[in-house]
Write a protein that binds this ligand. Structure first.
Ligand SMILES: Nc1nc2c(ncn2[C@@H]2O[C@H](COP(=O)(O)OP(=O)(O)OP(=O)(O)O)[C@@H](O)[C@H]2O)c(=O)[nH]1
Ligand SMILES: [Mg+2]
Length: 460
């Protein structure tokens, strides 16, 4: 852990380039032993931030390679500590020998994400920026990379910090009034606090919407397709993905296992999960398949219940719908897809069924009719909106924290309007502040930090 001066007591090193053979391989070192290590390997301390070409030697004075040393003295480095990057030829043996030499000088191998963790602990970046580094590296689309870069540049953090300032300002105001009880009532009656809470909620909603899109970009939406055997679940997966990943036959019970495909729905990344049809079966393999189906239902962001539009099972009495609602009570998460309308006179389209309070989309997967309605409906219910000018990458934990902050501000509003309870209002504002501070890492538990940084790659 870093000490007060920002320097860690131990020095870490890692190969920062991917394993395998390449033109250049980079070994990164950070910590108090950097100067001693570079002197032992190249015989001198290279000038700061200058590409210094020299020979790399080991403790026995044997030449390992020739390459570049880049020295970033503390505090002007990524981690805030002394950092050195050795650029050698990108072969595993050369890099391994270089690592052995550095380790022999007293450094240790870095844990995944430890360089970023040190940058965070030394206040070089906040937690959302550290996460954005990993998200940028792992991004699967240009859009996701662009959004990660915006987070890395601090756009997300500055929105959160602006919210935090407004909350702190309001808290100071409220707490000052509590200290002067004679004025508390007047103060609570003034429209100023009421208006400020309304603005705060509007701002929170705006950022929450952006964070939801950012988190979908990062993690993808998980959409599970369920239904009785033979209704066309695998056919739907195939038409959405544009290839024949799932086996389709007219034999009920074709799909035995869950099958996952990442599909790009006009920019919205979605993991579609095809499942084993649900029915009573004595077959052990099929039973296991159905258990997996329910497992996927529990974890899904959205559920598509496929039904055969030619069978006249009334939807308000559909046994599977009732079971689904038991597993996933949020009706907004369920869409009924009435398939095979090519075999009857039903029209493609989307409607809200008032009786069961669920959206129904009529399609023919076989004839590719009405699929675009389904896609736009999914985009709509997920709240996914791309704004080319703004937007940032986000994670589920950010969305959770924003939701908790929103709930606290709504409670604060209730304390004010219903109960005129100044102290409770102040406490709710404090809760909102805590939730938001978790996002930038100002108040985050060690466990959370450990979890975040351990998912990074080595050398980052
Ligand atoms: N007429 C018509 N047939 C369809 C449509 N969609 C799928 N089918 C046919 O229905 C049969 C079953 O399709 P699948 O996609 O295998 O159905 P499933 O729901 O995955 O079935 P299981 O894996 O057995 O649970 C196949 O013969 C498909 O060609 C449609 O829109 N219209
Ligand atoms: Mg199937």
């Amino acid at each position: 852990m870093p000490n007060v001066s920002g320097q860690s007591t131990d020095t870490i090193c890692a190969i920062a380039t991917p394993s395998g053979i390449g033109g250049v391989g980079i070994v990164r070192v950070s910590g108090p032993l950097v100067e001693a290590i570079v002197v032992s390997i190249i015989g001198e301390i290279p000038p700061a931030r200058y590409a210094h070409y020299s020979t790399f030697i080991n403790a026995n004075k044997e030449i390992l390679d020739k390459g570049i040393s880049l020295f970033f003295p503390s505090p002007n480095s990524f981690t805030g500590e002394d950092v050195l990057e050795f650029q050698a030829h990108g072969g595993p043996i050369i890099l391994d020998q270089l690592m052995q030499t550095i380790l022999a000088c007293g450094a240790r191998i870095a844990r995944p994400g430890e360089f970023s963790e040190r940058a965070f602990l030394n206040n070089k970046i906040d937690l959302t920026q550290a996460e954005a580094i990993a998200d940028l590296i792992e991004s699967h689309s240009v859009l996701a990379a662009r959004h990660a870069l915006r987070s890395l540049q601090g756009e997300f953090s500055s929105l959160i910090n602006a919210l935090l300032s407004s909350i702190i300002e309001l808290r100071v105001f409220v707490e000052a009034a509590i200290d002067f009880p004679e004025e508390e009532i007047d103060f609570l009656a003034s429209s100023d606090v009421k208006d400020k809470l309304v603005i705060l909620l509007q701002e929170l909603d705006k950022i929450l919407a952006q964070a939801k899109t950012g988190s979908i970009l990062k993690e993808g939406l998980s959409i599970v397709i369920v239904g009785e055997p033979n209704v066309g679940k695998s056919s739907l997966l195939n038409i959405l993905s544009g290839n024949d990943s799932a086996i389709v036959t007219n034999i009920p019970g074709t799909t035995r296992d869950t099958l996952k495909e990442l599909i790009d729905l006009d920019g919205l990344p979605a993991h579609f999960i095809d499942t084993a049809g649900l029915r009573k079966s004595a077959d052990i393999v099929e039973q296991e398949g159905m258990r997996r189906t329910w497992d996927a239902v529990k974890k899904a962001d959205h559920i598509l219940l496929l039904v055969d539009s030619n069978k006249d099972t009334a939807l308000n009495n559909h046994p599977m719908l009732q079971e689904l609602i038991k597993e996933s009570p949020d009706l907004d998460k369920i869409t009924i897809v009435k398939n095979k309308i090519d075999l009857n006179s039903q029209k493609a389209g989307i409607n809200f069924n008032d009786e069961i309070k669920v959206h129904c989309v009529s399609v023919s997967v076989l004839k590719n009719i009405g699929i675009e309605n389904l896609i736009s409906h999914l985009k709509h219910v997920s709240g996914f909106t791309i704004n080319e000018e703004g937007g940032f990458i986000a994670r589920r934990r950010h969305v959770d924290a924003l939701n908790r902050a929103k709930l606290s501000v709504e409670k604060a509003q209730e304390q004010l309007l219903k109960y005129k309870a100044g102290e409770l209002l102040a406490d709710d504002l404090r809760q909102a502040q805590l939730a938001l501070s978790e996002i930038t890492g100002e108040f985050s538990s060690d466990d959370l930090l450990g979890e975040i940084f351990s998912s990074f790659c080595i050398g980052k």
